[in-house]
Design a protein around this ligand. Structure first.
Ligand SMILES: [Zn+2]
Length: 257
């Protein structure tokens, strides 16, 4: 009887707080002075990296995917650093800090960004990130909300547009950079069943949302959770970012496709 009690207690314990998790964090711009809501100052970014170095294993997205796929054991609480969109401040300001800490990281590019002038990363910038060992994923072609249909758009037109956003961005990144593009980040974190199915068909191995929770081995790779770090993130709330939360607390609006 006592043995059963201990076994049940142990099971309850290991299924909750004691399990190592993977927290994927998301940045957009790292700038000397914040302007937009998604900006983080270089100073804050450096402090946040310092905290991660002291407290967690910073692992690459590929390693995280292998742990979640359960082909590689997850040894410790781990963090994956990601950037969305392709602002040049990632190259100019975040990259030197990441190099200093020797942290792996991933950048999700919407491919139209490279035509957007001086604020955007160029292919040559991305190639330098790849040379360092960073990973580049797709964030669509145009950064539109893939969940939303255009006015009067037929099923066929919607599907064709989704395939363009998912497949053409992957192809362009692969041909321009000469590496396989294995991961996708939903623009605005928005998706539905059709988007998810088309992303799988496009050949992506893992997809990131912006649902602010941690990830565990065995989770659905096509809707990984990710936490946004932004202008309003304080040192306290950054640390709190890594507090394990219960999945049952997912909001009603977060449909589980
Ligand atoms: Zn984005």
């Amino acid at each position: 009887m006592l043995k059963i009690f201990i076994a049940v207690l142990f099971m309850g314990f290991t299924l909750n707080a004691a399990d190592p998790w993977i927290n994927i964090i998301l940045y957009h711009r790292v700038v000397p002075k914040t302007v937009g809501a998604y900006d983080v100052t270089v100073e804050d970014f450096e402090k946040q990296m310092e905290y991660l170095k002291e407290s967690y294993d910073v692992i690459s997205l590929s390693d995280a995917v292998d742990c979640i796929r359960q082909v590689k054991p997850l040894k410790n609480k781990s963090v994956v650093i990601t950037f969305d969109d392709g602002d040049v401040s990632i190259y100019n300001n975040a990259f030197p800090v990441l190099k200093k800490f020797r942290f792996p990281f991933s950048v999700f590019i919407y491919t139209n960004v490279v035509q957007e002038g001086p604020h955007a990363m160029k292919w040559s910038h991305m190639k330098q990130l790849l040379d360092y060992g960073a990973e580049i994923g797709s964030h669509s072609v145009s950064h539109s909300n893939l969940q939303r249909r255009l006015k009067d758009e037929s099923d066929e037109q919607y599907l064709a547009r989704l395939r363009h956003e998912l497949v053409d961005s992957k192809n362009l990144l692969e041909s321009s950079l000469g590496v396989p593009v294995r991961y996708f980040a939903y623009p605005y974190g928005r998706y539905n069943r059709t988007v998810k199915e088309e992303a799988v068909k496009a050949g992506y191995e893992a997809i990131l949302t912006v649902r602010g929770y941690e990830n565990f081995p065995g989770d659905d790779l096509m809707r990984l959770n990710r936490r946004i770090v932004e202008k309003s993130t304080t040192p306290e709330s950054f640390i709190k970012t890594f507090t394990v939360q219960q999945r049952e607390s997912l909001k009603d609006g977060d449909k589980d496709f």
